[in-house]
Write a protein that binds this ligand. Sequence first.
Ligand code: SF4
Length: 297
Amino acid sequence: METSPRAWGKMEPGYIQLHNRGLLQERAREAKEILRSCQMCPRLCKVDRTAGQKGFCRTGERAVVSSYNPHFGEEAPLVGNGGSGTIFFTHCNLLCIFCQNYEISHQGLGDEVSPQVLARMMVQLQNWGCHNINFVTPSHVVSQILEALPLAVELGLKVPLVYNTGGYDRVETLRLLEGVVDIYMPDIKFLDSSVAERFCRAPDYPDVVKSAVREMHRQVGDLVLDSRGDSDKGAPSETPGHAPWPVTEQRSHGIPGRGNFQEHLRERDGAVEALRGSSLTSGPLPEDIHPGIRASP
Ligand code: SF4
């Protein structure tokens, strides 16, 4: 039985090459600058996170992590024998009111971590035998990930990186991740602006996610599977497992990549249907739950 991650020694992730050329640190510096008037994501809050100000995502200069562990419930190509090394970031730039991780995304369950601690988490996951580092809900902490990554490389990190996102990502920010991220895992939650407005106060979500997935696909191409169905590289798109925007329509919306049915999205969509069909459709909005947050401009 294989005990070590398949990827080790087989493929050198791009971030190691960038690090060796000094470019990873450059990306980290560039990203840190963005935090000074934060436009990391399409909310464009323009708060100075380096001075402790917080915007819609309620995250300051340091990332907050709720948990990190080998995860065997991820998409099959990521799991292999050792699991996917998930790091669950606290808070979110989307704040869907039906979120299945409500305590983490809305209520802030987790601890602030320094770049050094975040780097050690990555290496620990690798040492536990995980096949990859899987950043869950990373859109608001791209800078913090980039800052920790050179430290992790120095500590021996060498497994592929997964960007597991709700899809509300700016193309400008994704470009900082070119050659860094090996696998993109975007959710495509809504293709209806009014639904996105209702549940996330993000009416631009459909346009944003389409542009984001195109950029992800430009960077890494289709998901590449080996003969055993495992993957080191690519961009599957998580599309919900039932129609309003079935996988077969993915390409008609101009969304590239390989669609992927997900059980947990079916559950989540059940929640959406429940919300649509109940009095909750006139229930709380994100800003009702968190006074002070604001909608996208
Ligand atoms: S929600 Fe987006 S733009 Fe606003 S502070 Fe967070 S990452 Fe920055």
